[in-house]
Design a protein around this ligand. Structure first.
Ligand code: ZN
Ligand code: ZN
Length: 188
C-alpha cells in the first residue's frame, strides 16, 4: 500500500489515505477508519463490474471484509453529522443517499469522486447486484414522465429524498448521476 498526500475526509489531516486495489480498480483507503475514496472514473468502473456481476456473487470483497482497523475506533463519532472535505480539492462534499432505497449515505464531490465509510461500498454493490439500480432507473423514468405531464403530484412522494438536514431535495444532481448510469448501462 502506498501512502498518498491526500487526507482522510473522516479522520482529518493527520490521517493519510493509502492506495488500495479492488481487483483492477484503484481506490484510496484510510487505514484507521477503513473508509474508501473512489475517483469518478474508478467509481464508474466499479458500478460497471457490479452490474455485470448480476446474480453472481461479487468476488471483490470475499475474504477481505472491510472493517475499522483500530480497536478503539468509535464509529459513533464518525456519523454523518457534519460535512466532510473532498480529499482532492478540500471543498465540502454533499452527504447524500445513494439511490433511493439503498439506505446508504455517501459523500460526493462532483468534480473528483465519492467517499464511502467502512462497509458502505459493499452495501451499495450488493444493492446494485440485487437490482436496486435497475429499479431506481425505472422510477427515474417514471418520475421524468410525471414531471413532463405535470398533471398529478408524484404519488407517495416519489422523487424525493428521505427527509433530514442533509437531504435537501437535490433531485437535479441525482437525476444527473442517474443519467450517467443510464448512459453507461445502455452503452453495451
Ligand atoms: Zn479515516
Ligand atoms: Zn473535490
Amino acid at each position: 500500500m502506498d501512502q498518498t498526500p491526500l487526507s482522510c475526509p473522516a479522520c482529518g489531516k493527520t490521517c493519510q489515505l493509502h492506495s488500495r486495489n479492488l481487483g483492477t480498480i484503484a481506490a484510496l483507503e484510510c487505514g484507521r477508519c477503513a473508509g474508501l475514496w473512489l475517483g469518478n472514473a474508478a467509481f464508474d468502473l466499479l458500478m460497471e463490474k457490479a452490474a455485470e456481476a448480476g446474480s453472481q456473487k461479487l468476488p471483490l470483497f470475499v475474504g477481505q471484509p472491510i472493517r475499522p482497523s483500530s480497536p478503539g475506533f468509535d464509529s459513533a463519532t464518525q456519523q454523518k453529522s457534519r460535512y466532510r472535505p473532498c480529499p482532492e480539492c478540500e471543498q465540502l462534499m454533499w452527504p447524500r443517499h445513494y439511490g433511493r432505497r439503498s439506505g446508504v449515505i455517501i459523500d460526493v464531490c462532483r468534480d473528483h469522486g465519492i467517499w464511502f465509510d467502512a462497509d458502505e461500498l459493499p452495501r451499495i454493490l450488493e444493492w446494485i447486484r440485487l437490482g436496486g439500480l435497475a429499479r431506481a432507473k425505472d422510477e427515474l423514468t417514471q418520475n421524468a414522465e410525471m414531471a413532463r405531464r405535470r398533471k398529478q403530484p408524484a404519488a407517495g412522494g416519489t422523487g424525493r429524498f428521505v427527509g433530514g438536514p442533509h437531504n435537501r431535495p437535490d433531485t437535479e444532481l441525482f437525476s444527473q448521476a442517474m443519467g450517467a448510469f443510464v448512459t453507461w448501462l445502455t452503452r453495451f
